[in-house]
Design a protein around this ligand. Structure first.
Ligand SMILES: C[S@@+](CC[C@H](N)C(=O)[O-])C[C@H]1O[C@@H](n2cnc3c(N)ncnc32)[C@H](O)[C@@H]1O
Length: 199
């Protein structure tokens, strides 16, 4: 795993500082996402596991150039493969951003598992933060890699989070197989890859 020093990251990609309250799930990991947005001006973002939309709201409020923000989640009756994730399932997915005209919510009984690549538009940034089981992370990575545009960025949250160790395992395995294409930002749980394959 390549680990990018946090200060160096912001030197390269610009500041990710915001005045807003930090979103509960991503905390300071919102800053690299904001920095990517400010630098690359993505038109289309997909978030797998949008929950109530706290991270999405921060990104949308700080990125007037975003034209489409697709949030994917499950219906409230969903049983998560990892019991620790059950309490994350929202009653109203995307409730913080549902009135933003740029937002499209895709709420399915099995979330992203119910989707195929042709259900989604080509995206400039895809943020994977849904099912943190091995199968879930693998399926979301495969889906994301089929819909990301060439040169787009895929981000994964919760690398190194000991409560959901499968995320780390899957990313480590991918890096071993693929030659460390996924990079961790130091002092956080966010990984990213610039995609040299894609639509
Ligand atoms: C850690 S929370 C996401 C937090 C959110 N990304 C944020 O930053 O505010 C995980 C979310 O993934 C959702 N989830 C679980 N399995 C999913 C699946 N297969 N497809 C899409 N979302 C899923 C949960 O319902 C929950 O909302």
């Amino acid at each position: 795993m390549n680990i990018l020093n946090r200060e160096l990251f912001f030197n390269i990609f610009g500041s990710g500082s915001i005045d807003d309250e930090l979103p509960g799930f991503t905390g300071y990991d919102i800053e690299p996402l904001i920095a990517f947005s400010r630098t690359f001006h993505p038109k289309t973002i997909i978030e797998i596991g949008i929950q109530r939309g706290a991270t999405a709201k921060c990104l949308l409020d700080n990125s007037p150039w975003i034209e489409k923000y697709i949030g994917i989640d499950v219906t409230p009756d969903y049983s998560t493969p990892l019991s620790i994730q059950q309490q994350e399932v929202p009653q109203i997915a995307g409730e913080y951003i549902k009135d933003d005209p740029r937002v499209e919510l895709i709420i399915k009984p099995n979330g992203s598992r119910d989707l195929i690549p042709s259900d989604l538009p080509t995206a400039d940034i895809i943020f994977i933060d849904g099912d943190h089981s091995s199968t879930g992370v693998m399926l979301d990575t495969e889906l994301a890699r089929k819909v990301i545009r060439y040169g787009g960025i895929i981000c994964w949250h919760d690398y190194g989070n000991s409560l959901v160790p499968d995320v780390t395992r899957v990313i480590d395995d991918l890096n071993t197989k693929e030659g460390n294409q996924i990079c961790l930002i130091e002092n956080g749980l966010l990984c990213f890859q610039f995609c040299r394959e894609g639509r």
